[in-house]
Design a protein around this ligand. Structure first.
Ligand SMILES: [Zn+2]
Length: 263
């Protein structure tokens, strides 16, 4: 009987996941969660807050996210103020000292990647929703994905040194598969070098730099500002003049204006 009670007490003990050796990881986006799963394998349990089809600038701060943060050993964020509109209150309400800014359980994935469009000079409201620490949509260059994976490997190893060799091996394997994929992607995109395109938001500078496409304008008149008729008319004129035939839209934006531009 005593043995049975002991077993029951162990099963009910909090942090049973940690007892099984898994790091509890929360990432703000699916992209970061996906890279964390590649590096961590079955040694980590990873969940994302924003879904892939949600605009990462604006995420509804649900109470369930607070519960997730309370149980987390590590929080991975995009950084560069992408999550500034919704993450700080979740972190404050979660009251988990392990994952607060500056703790070992807080990883800003932007720290060692290549960041573009870092503004110089004064930023005013008239410029729209400019990201003051540079463009936070940096993960669309796969080499930045590699740098993110390295940072995650190093942080996993620091928090869970017993599995350091596993994280190192899994990173090396990820890197090998990424190199093979990059060769495929480079070949597939080579014919598009110099092609003029329009994008909805400024989400693609790292992608465009990597493969040499030329962004001639944006559906948004200014970052974060919804399309206006006058801007759309100007944009259509510019596209005709410069022979641009492609509008690239992130999955979370309304297709109405892009469709009318295409028509
Ligand atoms: Zn943005």
């Amino acid at each position: 009987m005593i043995r049975k009670l002991l077993v029951l007490a162990l099963l009910l003990a909090p942090g049973i996941a940690r007892a099984q050796g898994k790091l509890n990881v929360i990432a703000t986006t699916e992209d970061l969660a996906s890279i964390a799963r590649e590096v961590g394998g079955d040694r980590v349990a990873v969940e994302a807050i924003a879904r892939g089809y949600q605009d990462p600038h604006f995420v509804e701060a649900k109470p369930s996210f607070i519960l997730k943060l309370q149980k987390a050993d590590l929080l991975i964020v995009v950084g560069r103020e992408l999550e500034i509109g919704w993450l700080p209150p979740l972190l404050a309400n979660g009251r988990n000292a392990k994952v607060q800014t500056g703790s070992n359980g807080y990883l800003d994935a932007s720290m060692n990647v290549k960041i573009l469009e870092i503004p110089t000079g004064q930023i005013t409201r008239a410029m729209g929703d400019v990201h003051p620490q540079g463009n936070p949509h940096y993960w669309l260059d796969p080499n930045n994905g590699r740098m993110i994976a390295q940072a995650i490997r190093d942080r996993f190893s620091q928090l869970d040194p017993a599995n350091k060799a596993v994280y190192a091996q899994r990173y090396d394997d990820f890197d090998k598969r990424l190199k093979a994929a990059e060769a495929r992607w480079d070949a597939a995109l080579a014919p598009y070098k110099g092609v003029k395109v329009v994008t909805y938001h400024r989400s693609w500078p790292n992608f465009m730099e990597r493969w040499g496409l030329d962004v001639i304008g944006y559906v948004e008149p200014k970052p974060g500002i919804p399309p206006t008729t006058s801007h759309t008319v100007e944009l259509i004129e510019a596209m005709k003049e410069q022979n641009a035939h492609i509008v690239i839209v992130e999955p979370y934006f309304d297709l109405k204006t892009p469709q009318s531009i295409a028509n």
